[in-house]
Write a protein that binds this ligand. Structure first.
Ligand SMILES: Cc1ncccc1N[C@@H](C)c1cnc2ccsc2c1
Length: 116
């Protein structure tokens, strides 16, 4: 089949995998801090400190709207969530701890589905 068709099939498979991992993270007990964009009325300094806000609902929207051109763009947005969390939250805070465990869960699951 033509290159473009092959590429679209490859991307569709990659996005299906991204959807699977996203759904698993969303279902996790410690996902609550990351499900929706941080409310900047509740956390007024957040906008100033965090230059690229990201959350699981935004990633889901981007998958469904066809924004990602590769699985690497998906993983880059996922890692922004966890890096933002480390920037803003103390490691021993509830949100900080949730960020570390969710990052560990994500990276382990991603490796399972993407053996290097
Ligand atoms: C991931 C993150 N980073 C920095 C600030 C907030 C958040 N998450 C929000 C949902 C959040 C996190 N924690 C609480 C505690 C009471 S409301 C609320 C909302």
């Amino acid at each position: 089949p033509p290159k473009k068709e092959r590429g679209n099939k490859k991307l569709a498979k990659e996005m299906a995998m991204c959807r699977t991992v996203l759904a698993e993270l969303e279902a996790h007990d410690e996902a609550w801090p990351f499900l929706l964009p941080v409310n900047t009325k509740q956390f007024p300094t957040y906008k100033k400190i965090i230059k690229s806000p990201m959350d699981l609902s935004t990633i889901k929207k981007r998958i469904n709207e066809g924004v990602y051109k590769s699985k690497d763009e998906f993983t880059a947005d996922m890692r922004i969530i966890f890096n933002n969390c480390e920037t803003f939250n103390e490691d021993d805070s509830p949100v900080g701890k949730a960020g570390h465990s969710m990052r560990t869960l994500f990276e382990a699951r991603w490796l399972e589905l993407n053996p290097q």
